[in-house]
Structures are given as structure tokens and as C-alpha cells.
Design a protein around this ligand. Structure first.
Ligand code: ADP
Ligand code: MG
Length: 700
């Protein structure tokens, strides 16, 4: 049996119960899963610290000390056990909150232990909470080399699956496999790029035999992981470019030219021009376009999309643009209708709230081709929606759509797939873009329309709300409008909704007497009500919009120049950036006020500092990647494997990724289908790694 099939349940020392916990907590089922549960840190257990040298900023350390005064203190919830550990240099308190029942039988006063843990500070004294204790005499072999520390959860610890136990399990795996871990890279490749064998690498990553081997083991495993991702994605790119035919948009016709020459509301930025040219080339060369358009909020992606749709129309095709929310679809519909009105284009809107009667007419008109452009939400994806000849699909805020949803648009034609342009305002760090979208062609609008003033972002505390309100009132007095945003996060919906409603009342109490009208939108409202409120704000009948993140995506009200974000510490970086992008759309100086509680975690603090420090979406995306890791970055949740990297880290391993990518391209260049004998293992591995994963990027 392969290591991918061997169930850890049957491994000695594991059993059904622990296996259940491992699966539940970490998704570990097989030997292979377990082998790829990589330590997050190594501790050099060859060094013993004198107690007097302990400081709270040290990592995990090891001391050799005797114990005295082991006792229980406190009652109820605060009940804990403490002991004093001492050596020649000084003493330190040890504290346990758990395992109080069995501790006294395991620790003896007067005995010498090898004690291992992280010094921290409490009541201005150094202590170590939940240290690991080993009888010094028996522990002497631990004294050499590294100890691997593994990610564990509370539940795992309760089932005696601490770091040490995990390490032991992995040790047993190596014992039972008897050195037989099949190699996953060809021999010539290992030699050429100076890589360790897989078996050696996995062994050393868990049981480092020397710092040098540990380093090499990490490098091999990271490299392999990134290499296969790149090989897979670049192979698909190559195939798409070779085999996927597309409609040819050969001419630039009246729609495009008239719009460009007569009705363009403002001159295009250079970046917009460049991107339109890239798209034109793509749609004219006989292959299917699959292009990602990245551009920071407010960079003018919609206009680019419109001009490309006109190009489709000029060549006799229909076009559609799909948005993730009804608000956004409505807004696109309104602004697009206005812009194309003089051109005599038939444009329609299809959303969840389109009435059945009307819907049937739309379906009919899409099929007979009398509708040229359709704007819509997910409603466009329904099977009943069929086109005469859909030439171009634009997907706005692509990360809001699921994989399967996007796939549906590929099949709206019977002959060829339409050209696809996906747009995102969530800037993606370069390393992430390479792994996520390496097979797409990417265009970037890296320039904002002229005359925009950078948004000023401020941080305040809740206790100063009054001051912030006063500031908002000053802006309103200048004729501007304001957003006040509350978090609404699904797990705590009820509380959040109450907060929102209380906030709404508070805003009313303050601003109504000043003569302003206040609108409110949140995700729990009926769509018609939501739209009505939204429209009031768009028409400046309301000057303040109290809202949840439903406004995060795309909404455009250039007269709104202030945004106050309540409980800003509860939002992620990319969400804050998206929200902030709702202001700063007009010529006025705009402000974003991040309001938080007084106590902030280190991470929240960094998020707030990032936001006040820069307006650059790419910089923010990089910070987000560093702070949270790729798996949590918005828009990457569906990417499965790519973001659940087991060993490599996209925030840190950019160089290695470049190298892996370059080598993958080299191999594909001479053997695009991996048919050569020397590359056969690559093909096998690609199948194995990617077989179970939905091929999500095929459908972007
Ligand atoms: P996003 O890229 O975030 O979707 P939009 O397409 O909504 O941005 O554009 C933001 C605003 O900028 C809109 O009001 C739009 O009319 C305006 N805009 C777009 N292109 C230009 C341009 N070249 N010059 C001036 N304003 C522009
Ligand atoms: Mg937009």
C-alpha cells in the first residue's frame, strides 16, 4: 500500500480515538498526511540556560533545575499549581492550569528536571506556564539535537496529542515504513538541482540530524511543492494557448469608435489604454482569452470592461457583465445604460429580483439576440439563461464567485467558449498571483484617474466617537456625504445586527437634529428595501449611509468623502482597503476614520498601522499575506491546494518560487505534454497531486 492509503488509525500508539481527533482537528488521515504535518519551530535542546538569564522575549528554552514547593493555589477557575524551579543562578516559578489531578504524582520536590518552556512575565516576575518536564537522569539523550514543535490544538492536547506525542507518532511511521518512502522527483532532477531525497528530507524535517541537513530538507520540500504547482499551472496555460480556440474579434467598429470619439466621459488613463489594447490583441488572435484584470479600487476598470464589450458588439457578439451583489449590478446597469444610450445599444438587467414575467421576456431576447449587453448577478448563471452568441463575459469582483459558478459561463455557448475577462480590485501579491493565476494572462491598471487626492486615514478610539461625529458633521456641512460602517460577521450575526441598529439610532440622535437624513443597508434586508435605501444615498437624499460590508464591493458615490469604520479591528486588511475605496472617488479630499476599542491585539495594531500608513493596494496585500498567510487572503479560499501549502510560504519564499517557476517552464518548453521518459515521474505526480482537486483555475 502507498503512504497515501495507509490509515494512521492502525499505527501503534494511535488508535481510533486519537485518529478521530487528528482528522477532526487537522484533517490528517493517512501516513502521508502525518508526514507532511511539518514542525512550525525547532528548538535547540543542546543548550541549557541558567535561570538568571531568562527573559520574556526568549523563545522556548531549556533549564536544568531542582523543584521545590509544588502546591495548589487559588480556587475554582483560578485554581492552579505552582512550583519553584531553581539552579545555582536563581529561581523561577512554574505554573500549571491544567492536569492538576495527575501532576503531583509526576513531579517530585527535590528532584532535578530538564524543564522546557517559554518564559513569560506575570506580576513583574518571570514564570513558565505549562513547562514540559523530563526527569533529568532519563532525559539525557534529549539533550542533544533539535526538538521539533508541531501545531496542536486544545482538543488535541486533551487527547494527549501534544507536540511530543506527534513527534513520536511520526517516529513510528518511519519505523513501520522501514525507509520506504517513494521518491517523487526524478533522479536526474535531484542531482541537477542539488536536492536531497524525499525520504531523507522528510526524516530530517522531523528529526534533524544537523542544522545543515535540516536546511536542505526544508529547501527540497518547499522547492518540490512550489515546483509542482508551477508545473501544473504553466502546463495548463500552455494547453489553453495551444488548443482553445476562441471567437475572433477582428474589427474595431462603430460602437467602439463612436463611443471613443464622441461619448467618452473623460480621457482614458494610459493604463486603461494599454489594457484595452492588450485585450484587443487577445480577442483577435483566434484563441480564447482568459484574462485577469487587476486594478486598485477606483482605477476605472468598468470603463475598460465597457469598451471591450463594445468590441464584442462590433463583431456581432453579445456581452455580459456579472457582479456579485444586486446593488452593484444595479449600479453597473444604470451607469452603463447612461453611457451607451446614444449608441442605440439594447442593454438589460437580470437579477434575483427580476419579476418572472420580465425574466421570461429577457430570456427570450437573449436567445434571439435582441439584447446586446446583459448586466446581472448570479441569476445569469441559471441554465435557462441562454444566448444567441455570447462573445465576451466580464466578471466583476471575481473573488466573490465560487468556482463552479464561474465555470458555468464557459458553457453558455455550444461551439466555442466566450472570451473571459475577470476583474478584481483585491490586489494580489506577485507570488500569490503566480501560483493562483499563473495560467491566466494578467493586465494591471496601475494608475488612478487624474485629480484624485490620496485618502487620509486616521485611527481613533471608541471613547472619542463624539469627536469623530463632529468631524463628519463638518464634512456634511460642506455638502458631502458619509458612510458609517459596522462589522457584520456571520457567527455573531445577532449581536452584530443589534450593534448596527444601536449604531443607527446613535447616528440618528446626533445627525437628525442637524437636519441630515440617514439611510441604512445591511445584508439581512430585503433586496428591494436595500436598493431603495441605497438609491436614496446615491441621489443624496440621505447624507449618511449606515451600513455593513454590503457596500464593500464596487459602490460608487463620488460625493461621499468620509467613511467611519466602527470596530475596525474586526475587519481584515483587504476588507478595510475595499471599504476605504468607497471614498476618495471625487475631487474632494476624503477621509477614512478607523475606530477601535482601546485594547488592540498586536496583529490588529499592525493592520491599523498598515492602513494609516499607505493607500497602495499592493502594499496592503503584501502586508496581509505576511500577517495572515495566503489561506486567509480574500479571494483565495477556493484555491485549495495552492494556498494550503504545507511547507512553503508565499510570503517568504518568493525567490524559491521564481526558481521553481523558471525550471518548470524550461521543462515544459522542451516537453509540453511531459511525454518524455525522463519526465514521466512529473506526469505521474501531477496526476496524483491534482487529481482530487477541482480544477478551479480552469474556470476563472
Ligand atoms: P473600479 O476600478 O474600482 O471598478 P470604477 O470603474 O468604478 O473603478 O471607476 C471609479 C470612478 O472613476 C468612476 O466614477 C469612473 O467614472 C471614474 N473614471 C474611470 N476612468 C476614468 C478616467 N480615465 N478619468 C477620470 N475618471 C475616471
Ligand atoms: Mg468596480
Amino acid at each position: 500500500m502507498e503512504i497515501t492509503e495507509l490509515d494512521i488509525k492502525f499505527l501503534s500508539g494511535v488508535g481510533t480515538k486519537k485518529a478521530g481527533v487528528l482528522e477532526e482537528e487537522l484533517g490528517i488521515k493517512t501516513y502521508e498526511d502525518m508526514l507532511y504535518h511539518i514542525p512550525y519551530r525547532y528548538v535547540d535542546r543542546s543548550k541549557i540556560y541558567p535561570i538568571a538569564s531568562l527573559t520574556p522575549d526568549l523563545p522556548y528554552v531549556q533549564i536544568k533545575a531542582q523543584i521545590r514547593n509544588l502546591r495548589t493555589v487559588g480556587v475554582g477557575k483560578t485554581m492552579r499549581m505552582t512550583a519553584v524551579a531553581y539552579d545555582e543562578s536563581g529561581e523561577v516559578e512554574l505554573v500549571w492550569f491544567k492536569g492538576l489531578k495527575y501532576l503531583p504524582s509526576q513531579i517530585d520536590n527535590g528532584k532535578t528536571y530538564l524543564i522546557f518552556g517559554q518564559p513569560s512575565i506575570f506580576n513583574r516576575k518571570i514564570n513558565i506556564v505549562h513547562p514540559e518536564m523530563d526527569d533529568f537522569d532519563k532525559a539525557s539523550q534529549i539533550l542533544v539535537g533539535f526538538q521539533s514543535l508541531y501545531p496542536t490544538t486544545e482538543k488535541m492536547k486533551k487527547s494527549f496529542l501534544n507536540s511530543k506525542a506527534i513527534n513520536k507518532i511520526i517516529h513510528n511511521i518511519f519505523g513501520s515504513l522501514n525507509g520506504k518512502i517513494p521518491e517523487t522527483l526524478p533522479d536526474w532532477f535531484l542531482k541537477k538541482y542539488n536536492l536531497l531525497y524525499l525520504h531523507e528530507s522528510l526524516y530530517n524535517i522531523h528529526f534533524p540530524t544537523s542544522p545543515e541537513l535540516l536546511k536542505q530538507a526544508i529547501r527540497r520540500l518547499k522547492f518540490e511543492e512550489l515546483f509542482y504547482i508551477q508545473l501544473n499551472i504553466l502546463k495548463m496555460k500552455y494547453r489553453r494557448k495551444t488548443f482553445f480556440k476562441g471567437y475572433v474579434f477582428e474589427k474595431v467598429g462603430d460602437y467602439f469608435n463612436n463611443f471613443y470619439n464622441l461619448y467618452l466621459p473623460f480621457p482614458l488613463t494610459n493604463a486603461q489604454k494599454r489594457v484595452i489594447k492588450e485585450i484587443r490583441n487577445d480577442c483577435g488572435n483566434g484563441r480564447q482569452m482568459n484574462r485577469l484584470l487587476q486594478g486598485d479600487v477606483g482605477s476605472g476598470k468598468t470603463l475598460v470592461a465597457l469598451m471591450c464589450m463594445l468590441l464584442a458588439l462590433d463583431n456581432g457578439y453579445q456581452a455580459c457583465i456579472m457582479a456579485p451583489t444586486e446593488i452593484l449590478a444595479n449600479q453597473h446597469f444604470q451607469s452603463l445604460s447612461e453611457q451607451v444610450r446614444p449608441l442605440g445599444i439594447n442593454i438589460a438587467l437580470l437579477t434575483g429580483s427580476t419579476k418572472k414575467k420580465e425574466r421570461e421576456i429577457l430570456h427570450e431576447q437573449l436567445q434571439n439576440g435582441s439584447i446586446h449587453i446583459i448586466v446581472g448577478t448570479h441569476a445569469l448563471l441559471e441554465d435557462v439563461v441562454a444566448f444567441k452568441n455570447l462573445g465576451l463575459v466580464v466578471i466583476d469582483e471575481q473573488h466573490r464567485f465560487g468556482v463552479a459558478q464561474r465555470a458555468k459561463l464557459w458553457h453558455k455557448n455550444t461551439d466555442l467558449p466566450p472570451h473571459i475577462l475577470v476583474m478584481t480590485a483585491t490586489p494580489i501579491p506577485r507570488t500569490l498571483a503566480m501560483t493562483l493565476y499563473g495560467d491566466l494572462d494578467v493586465s494591471v491598471i496601475d494608475e488612478l484617474p487624474p485629480g484624485r487626492k490620496p485618502i487620509t486615514t486616521l485611527h481613533t478610539f471608541e471613547k472619542d466617537r463624539e469627536k469623530s461625529f463632529k468631524f463628519i458633521a463638518q464634512e456634511l456641512a460642506k455638502g458631502r456625504q458619509a458612510y458609517i460602517v459596522y462589522p457584520l460577521i456571520s457567527e455573531s450575526e445577532k449581536i452584530d445586527l443589534r450593534n448596527l441598529e444601536m449604531g443607527y439610532e446613535m447616528v440618528n440622535r446626533y445627525f437628525l437634529p442637524l437636519g441630515y437624513s440617514i439611510a441604512m443597508v445591511h445584508g439581512k434586508m430585503k433586496n428591494v428595501d436595500k436598493d431603495a435605501e441605497m438609491q436614496r444615498f446615491v441621489r443624496n437624499e440621505s447624507q449618511i449611509l449606515v451600513a455593513t460590508t454590503v457596500i464593500e464591493v464596487g459602490v460608487n458615490v463620488p460625493n461621499a468623502s468620509v467613511m467611519l469604520i466602527e470596530s475596525a479591528e474586526r475587519f481584515g486588511l483587504s476588507q478595510l482597503h475595499q471599504l476605504r475605496g468607497r471614498v476618495g472617488r471625487g475631487a474632494e479630499q476624503s477621509f477614512c476614520i478607523l475606530m477601535t476599542s482601546f485594547k488592540l491585539s498586536h496583529e490588529s495594531r499592525q493592520r491599523i498601522d498598515t492602513m494609516t500608513g499607505t493607500n497602495d493596494g499592493f502594499e496592503i496585500a503584501e502586508a496581509d499575506l505576511r500577517l495572515r498567510g495566503p489561506g486567509d487572503i480574500e479571494g483565495t479560499q477556493q484555491s485549495g491546494l495552492v494556498c494550503n501549502l504545507k511547507v512553503a510560504n508565499l510570503a517568504k519564499d518568493g525567490m524559491l518560487l521564481n526558481e521553481a517557476s523558471r525550471i518548470a517552464s524550461e521543462i515544459l518548453e522542451s516537453d509540453p505534454e511531459l511525454k518524455k521518459e525522463e519526465n514521466s515521474l512529473f506526469a505521474v505526480q501531477l496526476k496524483r497531486i491534482f487529481k482530487t482537486k477541482l480544477n478551479w483555475r480552469f474556470i476563472s
